[in-house]
Design a protein. Structure first.
Length: 131
């Protein structure tokens, strides 16, 4: 059963969700699936991720209705813009360009918390990682 999204009030801060957490949720990953589900249930309605995540999830799972599923569980898709890509190019960390795109998206949106099990987000100025 899918978690029901909470409605976000204007005073609630958004939380970024990394593609790995969404993948664990969608695939009921044996090690991390339950934790991913719990985070999505707890933060649903406040979650945001890059449109890049929807594409990556399609590539990884073959699910063509990824955007609909994310909407159902309360994950907003933020656009991937040329400005975000340019910002990601200028970042030195994280090491992986995909992660820099996620960090740049967070900066663009003013989001400071990410749900991810990727330690590459640890130590980034202004970003707190939870998982």
């Amino acid at each position: 059963m899918r978690p029901r999204p909470r409605r976000r009030s204007s005073s609630e801060e958004r939380v970024y969700v990394d593609v790995n957490v969404l993948y664990y949720y969608l695939t009921a990953h044996p090690q991390f699936g339950e934790r991913a589900r719990d985070h999505i249930a707890s933060w649903g309605g406040r979650l945001v991720t890059s449109s890049l995540s929807a594409w990556l999830l399609y590539v990884l799972t073959g699910l063509e209705n990824v955007a609909s599923i994310l909407e159902e569980v309360g994950v907003e898709l933020a656009p991937l813009t040329a400005g975000i890509l340019g910002r990601a190019e200028k970042l030195e960390k994280p090491r992986d360009f995909e992660d820099r795109v996620h960090a740049a998206t967070m900066m663009e949106l003013g989001v400071t918390t990410i749900i991810s099990n990727d330690r590459d987000f640890d130590g980034l100025a202004g970003i707190t990682r939870i998982f």
